[in-house]
Design a protein around this ligand. Sequence first.
Ligand SMILES: NC(=O)c1ccc[n+]([C@@H]2O[C@H](COP(=O)([O-])OP(=O)(O)OC[C@H]3O[C@@H](n4cnc5c(N)ncnc54)[C@H](O)[C@@H]3O)[C@@H](O)[C@H]2O)c1
Length: 302
Amino acid sequence: MTTLDFSDRVVVITGAGRGIGRAHAELLASRGAAVVVGDLGATIDGSGVEEGDPAREVAEAITAAGGRAVPCNADITTEEGAHALVDIALSEFGQLDAVINNAGIVRTARFDEVPYEEYQRHLDVHYFGPLRLCRAAWPHLIKSPAGRVVNTISQAMLGNPDMSHYGGSKGALFGLTRNLAVEGLASGVLVNALAPGAGTRMAEASADSLSPEVMEYMRTQLRPEHVAPVAAYLVHPACTVTGEVFNVAGGIVNRLALVNTAGIHDPALTVDTVADRFDEIMAISADAIPQVVAPAEVPASS
Ligand SMILES: NC(=O)c1ccc[n+]([C@@H]2O[C@H](COP(=O)([O-])OP(=O)(O)OC[C@H]3O[C@@H](n4cnc5c(N)ncnc54)[C@H](O)[C@@H]3O)[C@@H](O)[C@H]2O)c1
């Protein structure tokens, strides 16, 4: 049985003061990693900051349990915030090996009722935040023997009621994940994503877009601790894939794969051909080609 060791890993985790991010931090620290517990203490819709200091609470709990952790209240939507998270990893632990972009916000509303500034806020937290942190961390991830990035996307990017602003921003992060994975090929920095499900405060805030049965299932069966093992694996040197997405909830782990269907090829294509052969275009047959960033193992970091 494999026992993965993280004692030589330094990991920055955003949104680690609550929910899923907290579970990531606690698991990694319990396995020996040094963690930067990043959390601004934001309100669920990202419109402000709540009382309390969840990052400090989590870091103190980890330290009390014998782990290595330092809190950071940086706002990931700012350039200074991104650099603060990286700087504290370097000053406290001397290196940076991995980043888990987990911080998130949500509010459910119809797409034509959401103000544009709220679309922007979702992009700032879910897309520009991870982008800024990756840019600040990248030179250090390249130096690491195994630089890793994990982004947190959502099934909502594939379509959920009343979540266009949230799902759209997660879709942008999915595209960023794939493109950074390509950027990382030359230096061995691997960039993957997970789409979690867990009964957190965010799940409660999304209740309007989910059925009562699903909400009850999330509250009782889907724990943040079920998500953390996949995030931890993806930041370990044992992980060799890049540009991949994993759905993770309640002990279920599967790969969200993109495929190009075999489709049709007709140089004399007409609209009538499209109509006549539409079923062939749609069919996911054994000839469907997975859309991967790296078909095999990628080189180790320099
Ligand atoms: N819970 C689910 O079922 C679910 C489903 C799909 C995706 N997700 C994603 O998983 C991640 C974690 O969600 P969660 O359910 O644990 O939510 P949560 O609300 O419990 O935790 C999110 C944390 O992010 C922090 N945060 C928000 N904006 C920030 C900012 N600008 N700077 C720093 N920290 C900030 C908050 O303070 C909060 O502690 C999010 O990215 C979310 O979109 C969750």
